[in-house]
Write a protein that binds this ligand. Structure first.
Ligand code: 13P
Length: 250
């Protein structure tokens, strides 16, 4: 059985290296669970303070699409690799909303991540009032443009309906039925792009107000293979409960 994927997106939290260390240490047991792959994505400055944890994987929250040079404020894929990262979140809705991320830049970043042998966690999802199928189809087709069949399997697709993210003004729960419809639709687009075999193998995970009460349900009811957790990943007890609930799935 393939491992379930549990990704913690700490976003721009916490504020000090000391707090980050305490939080990380409180989560270290999660890495011992056999049936899940746990990935923690802290802010960049905290990456070096965790050493090279064996049981927990590290991820960045973004990279730039060029390998190096005069790009003030940016971080390259190689830098993340050098700090021990194996994963990188790309195309998060908060970057799309506040930082000018577009489907074209996400596409360039995905290609750079693959070149650096980072596993991209490619975020897609519609905003409140938008049609899921229109948005997701566009994001997938443009984001995955020119990605080869030999590379696509490495990418993890994270479906995060923006209206379900906990920090949203009027966050609403995404019912497993809605997540299932999205998963089926995403699978259809991926199959169209990469064929039945590869399209069927690409890993899809869910994000948006995941907690210990709903995490396992998303996996059981939607054919998704993991979760991307924001707010609840800053609470070690809650995060451990989510981890255990995924680990106990048959
Ligand atoms: P929440 O789990 O706080 O809703 O955040 C979801 C998210 O944006 C993870 O990337």
């Amino acid at each position: 059985m393939d491992k379930k994927i549990l990704v913690a997106n700490w976003k721009m939290n916490p504020q000090t290296a000391r707090e980050a260390r305490v939080l990380f240490d409180a989560m270290i047991n999660v890495g011992r669970l056999k049936n899940i792959e746990t990935v923690i994505c802290p802010p960049y400055p905290f990456l070096p303070i965790f050493g090279s944890p064996k049981s927990i994987k590290l991820g960045g929250q973004d990279i730039f699409w060029e390998p190096q040079g005069a790009f003030t404020g940016e971080i390259s894929g190689k830098m993340l690799k050098n700090l021990g990262c194996e994963y990188v979140i790309l195309g998060h809705s908060e970057r799309r909303q506040f930082l000018g991320e577009t489907d074209e830049t996400v596409n360039l970043k995905l290609k750079m991540a693959l070149k650096e042998n980072l596993t991209p966690i490619f975020c897609i999802g519609e905003r409140e009032g938008e049609e899921m199928s229109d948005i997701v189809e566009n994001q997938l087709k443009q984001g995955l443009a020119d990605i080869g069949k030999n590379q696509i399997e490495k990418i993890v697709i994270a479906y995060e309906p923006v209206w379900a993210i906990s920090t949203g003004v009027q966050a609403k729960p995404c019912l497993p039925d809605d997540a299932l419809s999205a998963a089926v639709f995403i699978r259809k687009i991926l199959t169209g792009l990469f064929g039945k075999y590869l399209g069927g193998k690409i890993r899809i995970i869910y994000g948006g107000s995941v907690d210990s009460g709903n995490a396992a349900g998303y996996l059981k009811q939607t054919q998704m293979v993991g979760v991307l957790v924001g707010g609840a990943s800053l609470d070690p007890q809650e995060f451990s409960k989510i981890a255990n609930s995924l680990n106990n799935l048959a």
